[in-house]
Design a protein around this ligand. Structure first.
Ligand SMILES: NC(=O)c1ccc[n+]([C@@H]2O[C@H](COP(=O)([O-])OP(=O)(O)OC[C@H]3O[C@@H](n4cnc5c(N)ncnc54)[C@H](O)[C@@H]3O)[C@@H](O)[C@H]2O)c1
Length: 159
């Protein structure tokens, strides 16, 4: 990935995304973030990297995707709603339709996006006891430790 490429990181104020923004900017990349700021009363939190370009937008709105994708080469899509809750339709709208909207905006506008990185589900850590193909039987508390060793942040930088 070239350093003059513009990277869009969605959900830029979130736990994973805000650290990802720092990681890329500190390694010399140009970053734009897109977040709906609903969790922050409409304001950018102070911990956001000052060098990041900022777009207030919602992944459920295709026009917001189109504004955010202007001149972008790489998308790291980390906006989403998490945890197990009963608002299934809201969950589906943000996580599934929100992601589909990215591809619709790209195809509709014939955008030249080189790479898209999508967040996995937190349920890769399991829900109760589960069997991981690589690590065998796991419980949620021990899974993050094992998966951490695979150093996801660094592997993104090596894309
Ligand atoms: N934290 C984990 O342990 C974990 C594990 C595996 C996968 N994931 C996935 O990684 C992604 C990020 O997780 P996180 O822990 O950083 O979550 P987070 O809740 O800290 O961050 C999510 C971000 O998305 C933004 N957002 C929510 N809805 C939005 C919308 N409609 N439009 C624009 N922005 C919106 C929020 O404002 C927030 O900044 C999620 O998809 C999550 O499922 C997280």
């Amino acid at each position: 990935m070239k350093k003059d490429n513009l990277i869009l990181i969605t959900g830029g104020t979130g736990c994973i995304s805000s650290h990802t923004v720092y990681k890329f900017i500190n390694n010399g990349y140009k970053v734009r973030i897109m977040d709906n700021l609903l969790a922050h009363e409409g304001r950018w939190p102070s911990y956001i990297n000052k060098k990041a370009q900022k777009v207030i937008g919602d992944v459920t709105n295709i026009k917001d995707w189109e504004r955010s994708l202007e001149n972008v080469s790489v998308v790291i899509h980390l906006a989403g709603t998490m945890d197990f809750h009963l608002e299934f339709s809201r969950f589906f709208q943000i996580n599934t339709v929100g992601t589909v909207n990215l591809y619709e905006a790209v195809v509709k506008n014939k955008l030249n996006i080189e790479k898209v990185v999508i967040a996995s589900s937190q349920f890769v850590y399991g829900f109760g006891r589960w069997r991981c193909q690589k690590h065998g039987i796991l419980y949620p508390k021990e899974a993050p430790e094992k998966l951490k060793k695979e150093n996801i942040g660094s592997s993104m930088l090596n894309m």
